[in-house]
Design a protein around this ligand. Structure first.
Ligand code: SF4
Ligand code: SF4
Length: 172
């Protein structure tokens, strides 16, 4: 018992002489990794259009059910969009499953961790709070040109496709 107490006191004594690692936030900004999972954003494609096609996959994947989406369709080109997109950050656990599930790279986790608010209502983000003016971690990716209504090429002949293999070429 006395041995354990002395060893604890010795550890405390030794620690006093170690170099301080306190980060003087907010004057000093902590460096978080690029893949840090904090504020969720909705990104745009290279044309500046919303990437989200309101497929509901992110809300289905969310384990705490904090994403609410209402889909709509643009009359001019029948492009599907979210009319409303809400994330309740009071419930979000920043697991990143929504971003993993998204087929268009629309929803992404950002390293912006400064989300503190004084009221819970302020942690409910609507589409205009989530939508950003950049492409996030998927620069150049244009889901709509690959898989949307604009696709007119045959299967295997898209920009990102490899030409189909001729199965007879494998016959010896
Ligand atoms: S990070 Fe996890 S908890 Fe938060 S909205 Fe996405 S899936 Fe839901
Ligand atoms: S953010 Fe992605 S997964 Fe969620 S509805 Fe939009 S396209 Fe689908």
């Amino acid at each position: 018992m006395i041995k354990e107490m002395l060893s604890g006191l010795w550890l405390t004594f030794r620690t006093q002489f170690r170099r301080r690692v306190t980060v003087q936030y907010p004057e000093e900004r902590p460096q978080v990794p690029e893949r840090y999972r904090a504020r969720i954003v909705l990104t745009r494609d290279p044309d500046g259009e919303e990437r989200c096609v309101a497929c509901y996959l992110c809300s289905a994947a969310c384990p705490v059910d904090c994403i609410t989406i209402e889909a709509t369709e643009r009359e001019s080109d029948h492009r599907r969009l979210p009319k409303a997109f809400r994330i309740n950050f009071n419930r979000c656990i920043f697991c990143g499953l929504c971003a993993e599930a998204c087929p268009t790279y629309a929803i992404q986790m950002s390293p912006d961790f400064e989300m503190s608010e004084y009221t819970r209502d302020d942690l409910i983000y609507e589409k205009e709070d989530l939508l950003v003016d950049h492409q996030g971690k998927a620069p150049g990716y244009h889901y709509w040109q690959q898989a949307g209504v604009d696709v007119t090429h045959a299967m295997g002949y898209g920009d990102q496709d490899r030409p189909p293999e001729d199965p007879r070429s494998n016959i010896p």
